[in-house]
Design a protein around this ligand. Structure first.
Ligand code: GLU
Length: 547
């Protein structure tokens, strides 16, 4: 059979470049040994999940700790799954978690020498290599219909044979030249298949950067490399793209491990050296007593939007994922509590070989710790960022009073004080802590423990003497002075030795004031709260708190 003629009939030369020309256009990157080039290669479906972040973090860390390159390639060969804006959403979501690409689709970079980075724009490159394989007799057209393939599969299943298109089942492998041209003339749709040179009797041992040495059976399937619409399959595009984009390490989910023999064969027939592979284990969660994979349908926490909407501190999510990625990261954080995770020596071979357990409770703990380390300004920026995107109009209006909110924050979070608040897991909880400082969200529960006359007298008296200029001791002296006037002890010691002589003590006076001002018997320092609220708001609340 004249293979050259057939290759030309199936893939006319047009403006295709030769394989050698592509080697020249995309030369090996000039990088020292040990430097890794990694990539994230999502389909533009619009759903970016925790698995993508997990993988992107590993890619980014490996590339950047070795001084290499991390790029974004869009695997858009399946037109049906494409969603507008999905690429921007991947970039935005990862940026929110502090992960940046050096190169790739929609990345403005002088390094973009290995594009186009959208697979649909790489059609000519794929075709040039399909043509080469056709010419070499390593690929052939297949005219089998879906019904024919289904029938073969059904009979293979019935006779308990391996399913697929291989060996004696690869019918179109043996078409004569005449039959092929007749089919083309008749306008029959066709795909191009690899003519596999492998045998299931052969084993290949290869080294996975995470899982270690793995022995697999050689591929013998005549897999489709070019679909009937002229678009390559994942397998073929992967081999071409990772070769010409000069990826040194492919980090991808372990669901691809079973396709590895196909990829190794494709690299071989194409004359490429395969990249190193690292197959990451799936993210799992505990469901009762059993461990299972995180599922899109059952687990909202699989979606990255979940963390933004819930107001997790992005760095906390990243730090938590680092503990899942590298078993020794947690130990490192104990030694370097204030360290930047980027200073940790991330190692791909320290990644778990099986089922990485994702535990939301642990993430919550990390989040609390990270939020408790923020300065007032950082915390303010974080909460404001969340409110801008997800807060109510009322929340947004509160953030308009810049200075006021910063003072509140400093007090509530305990910044600079002895007791730093450590229970804020997410932005929304933090934002709710300010509510009582604003009249439109002040929702008091006036449950005083004293009778109406006593409560009202305390409030009236304090409203009459309160002054924002008072320092803490002057303020306290005024609280104390009210005690005997309402039958309370002004000294705690007095009260403790003769409780029967008093209705209450000075701390009960403070409690009445606190309930009127904050709406609850528990709050941070009351004198500071009053000072932040200002005189008129404080006096108005004291009077409004009367029963
Ligand atoms: N587009 C593939 C996916 O999203 C990429 C796999 C790979 O990283 O090679 O699963």
């Amino acid at each position: 059979m004249n293979m050259k003629k057939l290759a030309n009939a199936l893939i006319p030369d047009g403006d295709l470049l030769s394989p050698e020309e592509y080697e020249e256009i995309y030369p090996p990157r000039n990088l020292p040994k040990g430097v890794e080039v990694t990539r994230l290669a999502p389909s533009p479906t619009g759903f970016i999940h925790l698995g993508n972040l997990y993988s992107a973090l590993a890619d980014e860390r490996v590339a950047h700790t070795t001084g290499g390159v991390f790029y974004l390639r869009i695997e858009d060969t399946d037109e049906k799954r494409k969603v507008d804006g999905a690429v921007e959403s991947v970039i935005r979501s990862l940026k929110y978690f502090g992960i940046r690409f050096d190169e790739g689709a929609e990345i403005n970079s002088s390094l973009n020498n290995y594009g186009p980075y959208y697979q649909r724009q790489r059609e000519k490159i794929y075709k040039s290599f399909v043509k080469k394989l056709l010419e070499e007799g390593l690929a052939y057209p297949c005219f089998c219909t879906a019904e024919e393939l289904d029938a073969v599969r059904a009979s293979q299943t019935k006779s308990k044979e391996t399913t697929g298109y291989y060996g004696k089942y690869a019918k179109c492998r043996n078409l004569t030249e005449e039959e092929i041209y007749d089919n083309i003339k008749a306008g029959k749709p066709y795909v191009i298949r690899l003519k596999s040179q492998g045998s299931i009797d052969n084993k290949i041992t290869f080294r996975d950067a995470i899982k270690g040495d793995i022995t697999v059976t050689e591929n013998d399937q005549d897999v489709v490399i070019l679909k009937s619409d002229g678009i390559p399959t994942y397998h073929f595009a992967h081999a071409i793209d990772d070769h010409f984009m000069r990826t040194t390490l492919v980090i991808r989910g372990e669901e691809w491990l079973s396709s590895l023999p196909i990829h190794l064969e494709l690299h071989k027939v194409l004359g490429f050296n395969p990249p190193k592979y690292a197959h990451t284990s799936s993210l799992m969660k505990m469901d009762g007593d059993t461990k299972r994979k995180l599922s899109k349908r059952k687990d909202p926490e699989l979606s990255l939007d979940y963390y933004r909407q819930a107001g997790y501190y992005p760095q906390a999510v990243v730090k938590y994922l680092m503990t899942v990625l590298n078993s020794n990261f947690e130990e490192w954080t104990l030694k370097n509590p204030d360290g930047d995770y980027k200073d940790f020596k991330f190692k791909i071979d320290k990644m778990g070989k099986s089922g990485a357990l994702f535990d939301l409770e642990k993430l919550n703990d990390v989040s609390k710790t990270e939020i408790s380390k923020l300065s007032a300004e950082e915390c303010y920026a974080f909460l404001k960022g969340w409110v801008d995107e997800f807060g109510s109009e009322v929340d947004k209006s509160h953030f308009k009073e810049d200075g006021y909110l910063l003072k509140i924050l400093t007090l509530i979070i305990g910044i600079g004080g002895k007791k730093r608040r450590k229970d804020i897991e997410r932005a929304e909880q933090g934002v709710r802590l300010f509510d009582y400082f604003f009249d439109d969200t002040f929702d008091p529960d006036y449950s005083y423990r004293f009778d109406k006359a006593t409560v009202n007298m305390v409030l009236d008296k304090f409203a009459a003497v309160y002054d924002t200029g008072d320092d803490n001791s002057e303020w306290f002296a005024k609280v104390k002075a009210i005690a005997p006037e309402v039958g309370f002890a002004s000294e705690m010691s007095e009260y403790k030795s003769h409780p029967e002589n008093f209705k209450g003590s000075v701390s009960d006076v403070a409690e009445i004031l606190r309930i009127a001002i904050t709406g609850s018997p528990n709050s941070p320092d009351l004198c500071t709260i009053m000072r932040i609220l200002g005189k008129s708001r404080t006096v108005a609340r004291l009077l409004k708190g009367k029963i």
